[in-house]
Design a protein around this ligand. Structure first.
Ligand code: SF4
Ligand code: SF4
Length: 145
């Protein structure tokens, strides 16, 4: 009988560092700017990425020092319950937090790091840096996050 993979055996707070890191698929969606409706608290994602995100590899260019530049960036692992709702519905941490399995395109399931991009989950092909945006962020709302 096959042993269940770690994400089906453990809660997020039980993961070791290596397991925790491997859950991140590198999609970059958490680094998109979001708008919140002040009446309904509904969260809308835009296609505008944080200025520190490298759009070629969807990685933060200042990860260790990011709070120096972007004080309101989140620390998911430290503030899990308070910040999980800020993540997109496609995020592996949300899937596990909500007791769901990982999708077929997640690299831990597919065994292929390119499957995130092939499935259209990576922001590589639709995001633009906030440095390149001059109009109202409301014009950049997307509805598939
Ligand atoms: S949205 Fe989730 S899976 Fe995607 S880069 Fe952010 S933390 Fe990683
Ligand atoms: S500071 Fe880095 S981790 Fe935080 S939103 Fe910007 S690019 Fe993403």
């Amino acid at each position: 009988m096959h042993e269940l993979p770690f994400w089906k055996q453990k809660k997020l707070h039980q993961l070791n560092d290596s397991e925790w890191e491997s859950l991140c698929d590198g999609c970059g969606r958490c680094c998109l700017h979001k708008l919140e409706d002040i009446d309904s608290n509904e969260l809308c994602f835009t296609n505008i990425a944080c200025k520190l995100l490298d759009l070629n590899d969807c990685r933060c260019t200042q990860y260790e020092d990011r709070f120096k530049w972007i004080p309101d960036c989140i620390s998911l692992r430290q503030d899990l319950n308070q910040t999980i709702h800020w993540l997109p519905g496609t995020c592996a941490y949300r899937f596990i937090f909500e007791g769901k399995d990982l999708p077929a395109w997640h690299p831990l399931v597919s065994g292929n790091k390119d499957s995130v991009e092939n499935a259209g989950i990576s922001i590589k092909h639709f995001a633009q840096s906030e440095n390149a945006v001059n109009d109202n962020y409301q014009n950049h709302i997307i509805d598939d996050c």
